[in-house]
Write a protein that binds this ligand. Structure first.
Ligand SMILES: Cc1cc2nc3c(=O)[nH]c(=O)nc-3n(C[C@H](O)[C@H](O)[C@H](O)COP(=O)(O)OP(=O)(O)OC[C@H]3O[C@@H](n4cnc5c(N)ncnc54)[C@H](O)[C@@H]3O)c2cc1C
Length: 384
């Protein structure tokens, strides 16, 4: 066992660090407080081959490993937390499911633009009546001529305001086995947006309604029976969410550490108070422990999908750790930490969201418990 990066990974990390410091350090605060997608960053990252890191070269990617993509997200976040979302969108999200399961035609139509940073794809799973119980989703695809008519709606979709295409989870028939997915152009006929709303992070989302939207048969990604495959792909998204939790926690920690070495009260530096030293010791321990869980899940996946169990354990721990660390870092920075002069409050708000998004902490703990006891624990009330 070796806990060090390979020389190639070190080299890659260094090149991403140089890129981030040169291009992303300036404007990091403005980006964090803008609800727009950082398109300029996306195009720069495309030029630097930071989109599609784990995608096959034949698909326009770099043929790298999941750990490479994690290195990219961590390194970018350490300079500009908001820009880490672009690494997420270009490597960990539905783009990866599209690359894995999409047809040559679907890839031809969408991947090139996604990888060039001109476009972004969203994933629509959650519905008003189907959150944690995602298999209760009601959006339907009904056969019609050479395709399907889609009816239903999606909520809380990240990128819903500006995504060109949505990977929509829907049902072709009843039950778990009836679930599959299609690609829907968000500007197409039969797609309507509700009132714009904001997450606590300031990112915008809109409810998306499908009203008899026609989807040609060639835009079906996975037909009925595809749910398990989709969730396997979704574990990659969870790794990105896990990595950002930890990376933003680390960003906040680093800002607080710097502050504690320069701010004086009672004639002493903050770092000289034991009450604060112990906070830092705990923060560092949480960050390092989370890092190992994250790297285990990512490294074991190599170029494939990560294990559901290792991903769940890493996400549960890092979501909580990122939030706790950002929260303590804010406390150490006092009033300044609570202002928008610093990005610590932004990191805290973002980390809070990842405790809910992409499989909440509670739902993932349910999954871990199933692995512990090697049996399933149905969450639904029994019949009768
Ligand atoms: C920042 C952010 C981004 C998101 N992006 C997307 C996106 O891009 N695409 C998308 O489809 N969705 C997205 N979501 C939605 C997200 O996936 C859902 O919010 C999540 O699945 C929880 O569903 P819910 O909000 O309906 O909560 P509910 O399912 O109503 O749950 C409420 C609470 O009860 C807990 N709970 C529920 N069931 C159980 C149980 N069996 N055992 C223990 N506790 C339980 C939950 O953990 C939660 O704390 C996003 C959400 C957030 C916050």
């Amino acid at each position: 066992m070796d806990f060090r990066f390979t020389p190639e990974q070190e080299q890659f990390r260094e090149s991403v660090r140089r890129f981030a410091e040169k291009n992303l350090a300036k404007g990091a605060r403005e980006r964090a407080h803008s609800s727009d997608y950082p398109w300029d960053v996306a195009r720069l990252m495309a030029g630097q081959s930071l989109l599609g890191i784990t995608l096959a070269e034949a698909d326009g990617g770099q043929g790298g490993s999941l750990i490479d993509a994690v290195i990219a997200i961590e390194t970018v976040a350490s300079v500009c937390p908001r820009s880490a979302d672009v690494i997420q969108a270009g490597n960990f999200g539905p783009i990866r499911v599209l690359a894995e399961y999409g047809s040559p035609l679907q890839k031809e139509r969408y991947l090139k633009r996604l990888l060039s940073g001109e476009s972004v794809i969203s994933v629509g799973m959650t519905e008003p009546e189907a959150g944690s119980a995602v298999t209760d989703l009601r959006t339907t695809a009904t056969a019609d001529g050479g395709g399907y008519r889609v009816n239903g709606s999606k909520i809380f979709t990240t990128h819903s305001k500006y995504a060109e295409v949505m990977l929509v989870y829907l049902r072709f028939g009843p039950g778990l086995d009836g679930i599959g997915s299609v690609l829907i152009d968000t500007k197409g006929q039969g797609v309507r947006f509700g009132k714009p709303s904001k997450f606590m992070s300031e990112e915008e989302w809109v409810q998306t309604y499908f009203e008899n939207a026609f989807v040609p048969a060639e835009m079906v990604v996975l037909k009925e029976g595809g749910f398990k495959k989709q969730i396997a792909g979704f574990n990659v998204e969870r790794i990105g969410n896990t990595a950002r939790s930890l990376a933003l926690g680390r960003y906040a920690y680093e800002r607080a550490r710097q502050w504690a070495m320069q701010r004086k009260q009672f004639g002493r530096l903050l770092c000289e108070f034991q009450g604060l030293q112990w906070k830092f010791a705990e923060m560092k321990t949480k960050l390092d422990a989370g890092q190992l869980l994250l790297y285990r899940a990512a490294a074991n996946a190599d170029r494939g999908f990560p294990s559901a169990e290792e991903t769940a354990i890493a996400k549960v721990f890092c979501n909580q750790a990122g939030f706790d660390v950002a929260n303590e870092a804010l406390q150490v920075m006092g009033g300044l930490g609570y202002t928008q002069e610093e990005l610590v409050e932004y990191c805290l708000r973002r980390c809070r969201g990842w405790m809910i998004a992409g499989g909440s902490i509670e739902i993932l703990k349910n999954r871990i418990a199933e692995a512990v006891f090697e049996r399933s624990f149905p969450q639904r009330p029994g019949k009768g």
